[in-house]
Design a protein around this ligand. Structure first.
Ligand code: KIV
Length: 258
């Protein structure tokens, strides 16, 4: 087993796992000192390209961004999202997962879904591909408004069953997106593998957020996103200084000229 994955597994019930998204090298370089997992999420479709759905993200887009992210990582585990319609059956999933790993040197891929994709995950695992699961809100199959999961008995039963099935199929960890607090606790306690929450309370073994959201670069109003910094303020300050110096003929001074 990949030593980075062993390390992630060993954190269960000991220390929280820190996971963040990166879409480029400059970001992964900064994150790597503080993260256990760096996720090249297909959220890049909405965050960078203003797509109305992650369904429009292609395999080539994921590979190009992941190649950039790879260059900034020294220690974190790198996971790449398999985009929509790239894992509809076992053979398609294996071919595309291999392509992602070959070109990006990712440590693992992430797939959205429960029992419907268990046979696909088992096939990837048989072929030595590390897989992260994703349950709860599944942006690739989301229809209509986003609503938290675990409201009804039916949903609760299915999510618990799905999480156990994913563990059995060999995923090393599961992202739980927008799952009700008590159910999240139950799932996390029942599993041997770590759960990574996004909008799913503190009852997870780790947390993930979209980095652009938490630094205030991407302006989102999603309830679970806490804006830890307003990076736009610092960018604006730098741009203002540049503009002022250019207009005053102060930049480029002799120091910056040949
Ligand atoms: O695409 C993504 O960034 C994700 C995380 C938000 C979990 O799947």
């Amino acid at each position: 087993m990949n030593s980075k994955i062993k390390k992630i597994l060993s954190k269960k019930n000991k220390t929280k796992i820190i996971c963040l998204t990166a879409y480029t090298k400059n970001f992964s370089e900064i994150l790597d000192g503080y993260t256990d997992i760096i996720l090249v999420g297909d959220s890049l479709g909405s965050v960078l390209y203003s797509f109305d759905s992650t369904k429009k993200v292609t395999l080539d887009m994921m590979i190009e961004h992941a190649k950039s992210v790879r260059q900034g990582i020294k220690k974190s585990l790198m996971v790449v999202d398999m985009p929509y319609n790239t894992y509809r059956n076992k053979n398609e999933a294996l071919k595309n997962a291999k392509k992602i790993i070959k070109y990006t040197k990712a440590d693992a891929v992430k797939l959205e879904g429960g029992k419907k994709i268990v046979n696909i995950i088992e096939h990837l695992r048989k072929n030595k591909i590390n897989v992260m699961g994703h349950l709860g809100i599944l942006p690739q199959s989301q229809k209509g408004k986003f609503r938290f999961k675990g409201k009804t008995n039916f949903e609760r039963k299915n999510l618990l069953t799905d999480s156990k099935l994913l563990q059995k199929s060999g995923v090393f960890s599961i992202v739980l997106e927008c799952i009700e607090t008590k159910l999240t606790k139950k799932i996390t306690q029942k599993l041997k593998i770590p759960t990574i929450g996004i909008g799913s309370s503190v009852n997870c073994d780790g947390q993930v957020l979209v980095t652009d959201d938490l630094i205030g670069l991407n302006l989102t109003t999603i309830k679970f996103v806490k804006r830890f910094q307003n990076i736009r303020k610092y960018i604006k300050l730098a741009i203002k200084k540049f503009s002022r110096d250019v207009k005053k003929n102060k930049y480029p001074s002799k120091k910056y000229s040949y």
